[in-house]
Design a protein around this ligand. Structure first.
Ligand code: 4NP
Length: 149
């Protein structure tokens, strides 16, 4: 079982998009039994809130339902429970390091799995959820390849 936790700041825009996209892709590849996938934020600001409308719209257009997702903050226990803790941008790593020490080198940045290493832009500020989706899709495809599928 490969346990993956996606992490962003608020857990309402980027990391839920990554969570549900990866869930959808592994299901379509018929390898979903091998995965446990969740997402969390480094902040508790949005705790209990639904996925942001912009992310919901992207996912709903792909026939992916995320209506049950509620935002939550990453915990120390998450670090022990997950194999891959995949964040969206450099500042997420800085904030994760204030919650846990990455002694097992489990913390990654999603687009570092691609040939074009960079941050995923934050649609909270850019309002560009489509660009965010293109980046996350690229990163997830590269991650699946990295795992050997
Ligand atoms: P997310 O987006 O980290 O992708 O969920 C944000 C959500 C909330 C805030 C910033 C980014 N905020 O400043 O409240």
């Amino acid at each position: 079982m490969i346990k993956v936790l996606f992490v962003c700041l608020g857990n309402i825009c980027r990391s839920p998009m990554a969570e549900y996209l990866l869930k959808d892709k592994v299901k379509k590849l018929n390898i979903d039994d091998n995965f446990y996938i969740e997402s969390a934020g480094t902040s508790e600001e949005e705790n209990g809130n639904e996925v942001h409308y912009g992310t919901k719209k992207i996912l709903n257009n792909l026939n992916i339902d995320c209506s049950k997702k509620r935002a939550r903050k990453m915990t120390k226990e998450d670090y022990d429970n997950f194999d891959y803790i995949i964040c969206m941008e450099k500042s997420n790593i800085y904030h994760i390091n204030r919650i846990v020490i990455d002694k097992d080198h489990k913390v990654f940045r999603l687009l570092d799995f691609t040939g074009n290493q960079r941050d995923i832009s934050d649609p909270w500020y850019t309002h560009n959820f489509e660009k965010c989706y293109q980046d996350i899709d690229e990163g997830i495809n590269a991650f699946i390849k990295y795992l050997g599928y």
